[in-house]
Each structure stands twice: as C-alpha cells, then as structure tokens.
Design a protein around this ligand. Structure first.
Ligand SMILES: [Zn+2]
Ligand SMILES: [Zn+2]
Length: 146
C-alpha cells in the first residue's frame, strides 16, 4: 500500500466514523483492513474516541496513555523497604541508594540503619564481648511481640 492510498483510506475511515459514531474500532479495522491499534490511534488523534486513561499507582490521579505515574510522582525516587540492623524495624530507603550500597564493599552484608543511634547501638553491641547475643535476643523478643 502506498502512502497516498493509506491516507485516502484513513480519511474515508474518519469521515465514516464522524457520520456513524456508533461504528466500533473493530468494525472499522476489519472494513478498511487496517490494524486495530492504527484505527484506535487515528480515532483518538481526531478526538472521535476518548483516550484510554490509566491511573498513577501512588495517588490514583488519571494520567494519559499508559504511564504509570502522574507528573508529580514520576519525579519521586523509587523506594524499597529494608530492615534496620540496629532495631529490626522496617523502613523505606531510596532504591538507587540501596543498589549503590550493595555494590560498595564498605557496607558489609548490606546492613541498613534508620539513624545514627541505631548504627551506634549496632557498633557498640557487636564490638562488646558477648553482646551480639543480646541484640539477637532483643530482636527475637521484639518479633515475638508483634
Ligand atoms: Zn501521583
Ligand atoms: Zn533502627
């Protein structure tokens, strides 16, 4: 099919849809022997059918096309949940930072800490004799209580 023939076909399709708004995308695609997605695209472009909306996965605001996030949330860094090695609490951290830490040999065992206080506790306990067990015990008690 040359470009011109296609153009004529598409114009005829649009005119037909304008005159008969009840015609479906599927019907028009079969009639004009065009791919479904092409017909849908054409009709959307000429505002003969509405764009399909998806919703932002954070705030559920409508977004055009197949985007996953609204403008505001697209800019937000992706967060992942990690467990604080000091107190055992789950908290959120930037996914990019976690990835960086996994590659960095200075961070042993991918341990994460909420705060300096939790890090300090960890250092104190690990370096004090017999205290690692105390931390483990404390964490276990905490988990059992939840
Ligand atoms: Zn949003
Ligand atoms: Zn903590």
């Amino acid at each position: 099919m040359t470009r011109n023939v296609q153009k004529v076909l598409e114009e005829s399709l649009l005119a037909r849809k304008r005159e008969n708004p009840e015609l479906t995308v599927k019907f028009l695609a079969e009639w004009y022997d065009l791919p479904l997605h092409r017909v849908r695209y054409l009709l959307q472009k000429h505002e003969l059918i509405p764009y399909k909306h998806s919703r932002c996965s954070v705030c559920s605001v409508k977004v055009t096309g197949r985007r996953k996030y609204c403008d505001e949330h697209r800019r937000m860094p992706k967060m992942v949940e990690v467990i604080c090695a000091g107190c055992g609490e789950v908290f959120e951290r930037k996914a990019s930072l976690v990835k960086k830490m996994q590659k960095d040999p200075r961070y042993e065992d991918d341990k994460h800490y909420h705060s300096r206080a939790c890090f300090g506790t960890y250092i104190g306990i690990t370096f004090g004799f017999g205290q690692a067990r105390t931390l483990e015990k404390a964490l276990n008690t905490r988990r059992n209580n939840e």
